[in-house]
Design a protein around this ligand. Structure first.
Ligand SMILES: C[S@@+](CC[C@H](N)C(=O)[O-])C[C@H]1O[C@@H](n2cnc3c(N)ncnc32)[C@H](O)[C@@H]1O
Length: 245
């Protein structure tokens, strides 16, 4: 209990809040949904919890961000589904020459990200803009040196993912890259992946976790090359995937 009360434990608090609210509802409704009842309309309420979970994954994602941006000098980064903005902060800590634009379609999440960017004193190099990446406004014209998608690919139906990658490709600079982080299908080997997969398949507006190979193939099919995958922690199916033009 003391751990949860500590000001450092917001990610753990969000995890508990998530499990007593929408995860609870997801598991209670699972039998009827398996039999064809519609998915739950949770997204509007849960954006704040979901964004705050990032605190738990931060060390692993930060290591990966270090691999893909450290030492690369000036870079313009577009972060798709930026959540709290925590990974823009990580990017700037790892490479002081980046400029980041975050896009998120949830206004509550954007409000939280803007407040955080100001509090962290990085509002001059990072911004958070409300928008849907499927219909990006002129402020997202780019070109960007890196487009990142952390913990978001399962917000797009499997059959729309290649099309999304194609449209992002057109927003990249000549030597630009795309990088994703996602939990992927574990075939029952990871409790975390199975739990998240059950949740996303039950939420209206979310879809199954990707298979790692399928994601790599969709990137290639969309014209990306040199697809590299990295396991972000042992014993799980949480991966970073980077690809070049
Ligand atoms: C699971 S959260 C991850 C947030 C952050 N990347 C992180 O790892 O903490 C996914 C975020 O993507 C946003 N999102 C989903 N689909 C989107 C879209 N089409 N355009 C912009 N944002 C989107 C959601 O609103 C949500 O905040």
């Amino acid at each position: 209990m003391r751990v949860l009360q500590s000001s450092e434990s917001d990610g753990a608090r969000a995890l508990v809040q998530g499990h007593v609210t929408y995860y609870n509802s997801i598991y209670r409704n699972l039998p009827s949904r398996i039999q064809g009842e519609p998915n739950g309309n949770y997204l509007e309420e849960i954006g704040g919890y979901v964004a705050r979970f990032a605190k738990i994954l931060e060390p692993f994602v930060k290591n990966y961000i270090s691999e893909i941006i450290s030492g690369r000098g000036e870079m313009k980064i577009l972060e798709v589904g930026c959540g709290t903005g925590i990974f823009m902060k990580c990017a700037l800590e790892l490479n002081g020459q980046v400029n980041c634009t975050g896009i998120d379609m949830d206004q509550n999440v954007i409000d939280l990200a803007r407040k955080n960017l100001e509090e962290w004193g990085i509002g001059d190099r990072c911004s958070a803009v409300k928008g849907d990446i499927r219909k990006p406004g002129p402020e997202f014209a780019g070109p960007f040196d890196m487009i990142t998608l952390y913990n978001i690919i399962y917000y797009f139906p499997v059959e729309e993912r290649a099309e999304l990658f194609r449209s992002l490709k057109n927003m990249l600079s000549k030597d630009g890259k795309i990088a994703l982080v996602s939990s992927t299908q574990s075939n029952g080997k990871s409790f975390g992946a199975a739990n998240l997969d059950t949740a996303v398949r039950s939420i209206e507006g979310c879809y199954a976790l990707p298979h790692l190979n399928q994601l790599a193939d969709q990137l290639k099919e969309s014209g990306f090359t040199n697809v590299k995958t990295s396991k972000l922690f042992p014993g799980d199916t949480y991966y970073g995937i980077e690809a070049a033009l």
